[in-house]
Design a protein around this ligand. Structure first.
Ligand code: FAD
Ligand code: NAI
Length: 466
């Protein structure tokens, strides 16, 4: 079996790379070790987590907000089995969609573990041990990532769990202890808080979602506290023990103080993910890892000039859309084109409610760079649309260059922030000034008016509705 391009891994990096290669006329193969395509994102990541976030948000609205909207219902109950089943159906529809796209684009799918024999030869070992050998001109490695365990408390997958198990629980935890207040901790923590679990988050740093603009972490903490979530920031976890149906977590404040002991029935460890290269046989082609990641140059080329690597397995944010951009970028380079990715403008989103979405520089980064900047912000509570929907938590924060007024960063916490951030990306791709956006008509009443108002505040400190 001879191919122009072989992609290893069928997550959003791999399957998108394969489609773009096929569109460009290359005979393309994709290798996936699992029986379903779509990788982490579709099977145990983006899609199933959003399905549970949506279901649990419906429940939360039914219990907390329907009465105020004038809708009286008998107290609703959670049917977790159905919630998880629906999530499974959503996943199935999506992974089947990828299988369809592979067929449509005449991409040959090989199921099994892909392993290098040399730079032009890959063995695919199926679950039954059968080996198929592929020869190929180019290879794109897109093998993704896996959850990082605590060094002293490996996942037992029953009580000490990763996001994968948290998406499949058979019961609603009474007390879910979350270690790591990053994206997974806050998304899945809020799912269970909404459907009745007590949720306690223990975070090492002094802020939640610490890679985002500091204001976002503070606001998210305020909002999720209203769900009953508890937080211990600045705490270093020292022990996690699973004793039958109980998990005991011990932690110490980083800066000294009283040690903490929490008892729960489940402990979600969400302290980041690590690149995954097991079984790839990188040593056969002389690729050496750099801090676990496959090193690549600016063109996503590894140290072997016909082998590229993309997505979670290389440097940069571990995001599905970042992996997708890289997949397209590599395919187009192989075709002799000159694509470019502006990594600064890859947005980041946390799908809690309110959602958090960010693009460009954070205020902390601008300070560190010594850049002279202006800040404009506008609260959701001043929006007619937000009052109508009772989604008044949140704000839009726009950072602009003090002299040129160019937008340098946009950070939103609030209803529908995930969709709204696209406006920030577009503005920044075209290097818009805050005044450019402030002078554009934004439909009324919409949440997007907060973006216009924040830009008005940034450009000349003259919001209309505040
Ligand atoms: P992956 O999706 O990890 O795919 C890699 C694939 O390669 C896997 O299917 C694996 O089985 C296969 N593979 C590995 N080694 C081999 C081998 N040797 N042979 C054959 N196959 C192999 N990102 C977002 O942008 N938005 C979100 O909302 C979001 N939500 C998330 C929620 C959760 C709970 C998690 C865990 C992650 C989430 N992410 C989200 C991150 C996102 O899933 C990843 O960034 C994305 O999946 C990375 O894509 P990838 O193609 O690099 O790798
Ligand atoms: P993360 O990097 O977002 O958060 C990990 C958190 O754990 C950080 O706040 C970190 O300070 C903290 N931490 C690390 N070690 C700790 C320790 N020993 N004790 C206490 N806290 C500790 O990683 P997370 O949430 O596991 O997600 C992994 C990746 O998956 C992320 O990089 C993210 O990009 C991706 N993802 C993206 C989503 C999205 O785009 N909406 C949703 C879920 C995951």
């Amino acid at each position: 079996m001879q191919y122009n391009v072989t992609v290893i891994g069928s997550g959003p990096g791999g399957y998108v790379a394969a489609i773009r290669c096929a569109q460009l006329g290359f005979k393309t193969a994709i290798i996936e070790k699992y029986n379903t395509l779509g990788g982490t994102c579709l099977n145990v990541g983006c899609i199933p987590s959003k399905a549970l976030l949506d279901s649990s948000e419906h429940f939360h609205n039914a219990t907390q907000h329907f009465a105020e909207h004038g809708i009286d219902i008998a107290p609703p109950k959670v049917n977790l089995t159905q919630m998880i089943k629906r999530k499974g159906d959503v996943v199935k529809a999506n992974v089947d969609g990828i299988a369809y796209l592979m067929k449509k684009n005449k991409i040959e799918v090989h199921t099994g573990v892909g392993s290098f024999v040399d730079k032009n030869t890959i063995n695919v070992t199926a679950a039954d041990g059968k080996v198929t050998t592929l020869t190929t001109e180019k290879v794109i490695i897109a093998t993704g990532s896996k959850p990082t365990p605590l060094p002293f408390a490996p996942f037992d997958k029953k009580r000490i769990i990763s996001s994968t198990e948290a998406l499949e629980l058979k019961e609603i935890p009474k007390h879910l202890i979350v270690i790591g207040g990053g994206v997974i901790g806050m998304e899945l923590g809020s799912v269970y808080a909404r459907i009745g679990s007590k949720v306690t988050v223990v975070e090492f740093l002094d802020s939640l979602i610490p890679t985002m603009d500091g204001t976002m972490g503070k606001e998210l903490q305020k909002s999720t506290k209203k769900l009953g979530m508890d937080f211990y920031l600045g705490h270093k976890v020292t022990a996690v023990e699973s004793k039958g149906k109980e998990v005991v977590v011990k932690a110490e404040p980083k800066n000294g103080g009283t040690a903490l002991e929490l008892k729960g029935d489940y402990c979600l460890v969400s302290i980041g993910r690590r690149p995954y290269t097991d079984g790839l046989g990188l040593e056969k082609v002389g690729i050496t890892l750099d801090k676990g990641r496959i090193p690549v140059d600016d063109h996503l080329r590894t140290t072997v000039d016909t082998i590229y690597a993309i997505g979670d397995v290389v440097r940069g944010a571990m995001l599905a859309h970042k992996a997708e951009e890289e997949g397209v970028c590599v395919a187009e380079q192989i075709a002799g084109q000159k694509p470019h990715i502006n990594y600064l403008l890859i947005p980041g989103v946390v799908y809690t409610w309110p959602e958090v979405a960010s693009v460009g520089y954070t205020e902390e980064q601008l300070k560190e760079q010594g850049r002279v900047y202006k800040v404009g912000s506008f609260p959701y509570k001043a929006l007619g649309r937000a009052r109508a929907s009772m989604d008044t938590d949140g704000l839009v924060k726009v950072l602009a260059d003090k002299q040129t007024d160019e937008i340098l960063g946009m950070h939103i916490i609030g209803a529908r922030a995930a969709d709204m951030i696209a406006a920030g990306v577009t503005a920044m791709e075209f290097r818009a000034s805050a005044e450019d956006v402030a002078r554009m008509s934004h439909a009324h009443p919409t949440y997007m008016e907060a973006v216009k108002e924040a830009c008005l505040a940034a450009t000349a400190n003259r919001p209309i509705h505040m």
